[in-house]
Design a protein around this ligand. Sequence first.
Ligand SMILES: NC(=O)c1ccc[n+]([C@@H]2O[C@H](COP(=O)([O-])OP(=O)(O)OC[C@H]3O[C@@H](n4cnc5c(N)ncnc54)[C@H](O)[C@@H]3O)[C@@H](O)[C@H]2O)c1
Length: 362
Amino acid sequence: MKIGVPKEIKNNENRVALTPGGVFELTNYGHEVFVQETAGEGSGFADADYREAGAIMLPTIEAVYAMSEMIVKVKEPTPYEYPLIKKNQVVFTYFHFASSLDLTRAMVASKAVCIAYETVRDDDGTLPLLTPMSEVAGRMAIQQGAKYLEKPIKGRGVLLGGVPGVPPGKVLILGAGVVGVQAAKMAAGLGAHVTMLDINMKRLRYVNDVMPPHVVTEFSSVYNIKRHIKNHDLIIGAVLIPGAKAPRLITRAMLKDMRPGTVLVDVAVDQGGCFETTRPTTHENPTYIINDIVHYCVANMPGAVPYTSTLALTNVTLFYILKLANLGWQTACKEYPDLGRGLSIVQGKIMQPEITEAFEGM
Ligand SMILES: NC(=O)c1ccc[n+]([C@@H]2O[C@H](COP(=O)([O-])OP(=O)(O)OC[C@H]3O[C@@H](n4cnc5c(N)ncnc54)[C@H](O)[C@@H]3O)[C@@H](O)[C@H]2O)c1
């Protein structure tokens, strides 16, 4: 199969859909891989590395789309790319259709086969192509939170690990899922005292089993949240209710119960956020302050660490890219139902009711 890797052109997106290692694997199976020149630059991969791995480098995005039967990407296609997508071309990437009517209309009109990373789903309901980005965001949440706790950036001036003779900082994590557990691991590693709240007892049991004793679990309730926000330095929002907006667990009124310089990191900002005062920010301008409380609400945290994020993403996508290339999309989606669940728009037909529902009445 002819497979194309365009350079991501969405603002500040430095990831790339295939590493030179991925290209090597695909070419070993006899596939042709067309990579746009400089596509890997933002993630630390040079054109020469791709060439050595067997890629054919093309100078323009137009050439990559024109040559390829399947396009693999990271972010959804931009309006510039809409007219480049051809009938029956397979496009495998994050789409997040429900958040863009224009994108949905363009992909319906293209008659392409759109397979969305975010809806590839295992039998047990886990989302294998979202997990690595949650892992990155969870670990980054502590790195960022620790930085914003420093006084010059208006934090409380607390060193999370403490020092001999001075107690460590306290981290409160709302949600013990993928993001929450990775955040807890980082915070515990720094020596911070960690409190994790969740409504799922299975998750709390797991955390209790695998984490060191300075990670303490409690059931998530308004009462417990109100109690803990008074004396924690860093609060991480990591809740998710699949398919719904994040619940508002910390209200504006509750900010006055926190100590000045407390840092809130709302990782769940991409689902609307779990703090009432959350509004999405960018890596250029990641924080804002309300009532002396520092808010960090970057909606695309993995974008700041493209090298790690690209490797983490391609570790999980390559398996599916190989199946699609070796078997063709129909057979691959039939033989691998997890992949089949990613089929979102196929040759003009919307396959997932959630997409149609999102635009009802529009
Ligand atoms: N900002 C970013 O760059 C970025 C990157 C990756 C993921 N995310 C987001 O982070 C969020 C968490 O993702 P995840 O992969 O960890 O999800 P997950 O499903 O693995 O975990 C979510 C956890 O929240 C818990 N929860 C639900 N309601 C709760 C409540 N009221 N109190 C406490 N816990 C509650 C669930 O029981 C679950 O354990 C999602 O919104 C995801 O989209 C953001």
